[in-house]
Design a protein around this ligand. Structure first.
Ligand SMILES: [Zn+2]
Ligand SMILES: [Zn+2]
Length: 272
């Protein structure tokens, strides 16, 4: 990650825009642009904790970044949130006043995995909220990751923010498996033969469907019926921009649902 990746992400989004994309991909690409542009203006050079305190949290299984430790610019977040909602409103009908919950309260509930009360109205709000917070979250994750001792963390949830992963990446000799956080883009090492969601190591319950090129695969678990998309970087012929991968692989999500799997959810909330 870092500046160079931010720049390449924006260039690729420009290219996608010129090629005109199908509806859902276009929506996500536009939201991605909002957050990628914001992120390219934010950076944190130092983590908020000393290295030893970071390792201590990892040893306890506690994600490193608590909500109250996030460095957030609420003025900026407000405007990113409004911008994201207006884009989403071009694709979905939103209620007249989508939420009465104050943004900061909503952000905390989302981050700490607490349910919100708006029911059906919730989904577009959460997507807009994620778009608005992601630049800050990802920039802070980038500052923290160099201090994360990967040998201290083999868990199914993100060592930085506690969220579930939404992508697995195989890389390096031997193809170590890394998980990518759905929320902050942090990457962490994980066992190849274990479900990140329910934790089973039962080999008979774990499998994957590879694509014809061997580049993408769908990891599935028969125990919790969860899936996670995977990309084998050892088989990639061209540059792969991880932050864009979950958008360009939306078709794999469709296939997974058709096969009866659901996007994996953590068995427990691990962020408090
Ligand atoms: Zn995370
Ligand atoms: Zn499972």
């Amino acid at each position: 990650m870092g500046r160079e990746t931010d720049k390449r992400v924006l260039e690729t989004l420009d290219q996608w825009h010129k090629d005109s994309l199908p509806g859902p991909i276009e929506l996500y690409a536009r939201l991605m642009r909002i957050q990628a542009e914001a992120k390219s203006t934010i950076s944190f050079d130092r983590p908020h904790l000393p290295a030893e305190a970071i390792s201590e949290r990892l040893r306890r299984g506690t994600p490193v970044l608590a909500f109250d430790e996030m460095q957030l610019d609420w003025g900026k977040i407000d405007s990113l949130f409004a911008e994201a909602l207006s884009v989403i409103g071009e694709y979905f009908s939103l209620g007249p006043s989508p939420s009465t919950i104050p943004l900061q309260e909503m952000a905390r509930a989302w981050y700490e995995g607490e349910p919100m009360s708006d029911g059906d109205e919730e989904e577009p709000l959460l997507v807009a909220l994620h778009t608005a917070l992601k630049p800050f979250l990802a920039a802070q994750a980038e500052a923290l990751l160099p201090y994360v001792d990967q040998s201290l963390w083999r868990r199914g949830y993100c060592p930085i923010c506690g969220s579930a992963p939404n992508l697995a990446v195989l890389r390096g000799e031997g193809g170590a498996r890394w998980l990518v956080c759905a929320r902050c883009d942090a990457e962490w090492r994980f066992q190849r033969l274990q479900c990140p969601f329910c934790g089973t190591k039962e080999q008979g319950s774990l499998g994957y469907f590879p694509d014809a090129q061997g580049l993408y695969r769908l990891y599935v678990c028969e125990e919790c019926k969860g899936y996670i998309k995977g990309i084998d970087l050892r088989h990639s012929q061209s540059e792969v921009l991880i932050p864009l991968e979950w958008i360009s692989t939306l078709d794999l999500d469709r296939q997974a649902c058709e096969l009866g799997y659901k996007a994996g959810e953590l068995a427990t909330t691990n962020n408090s």
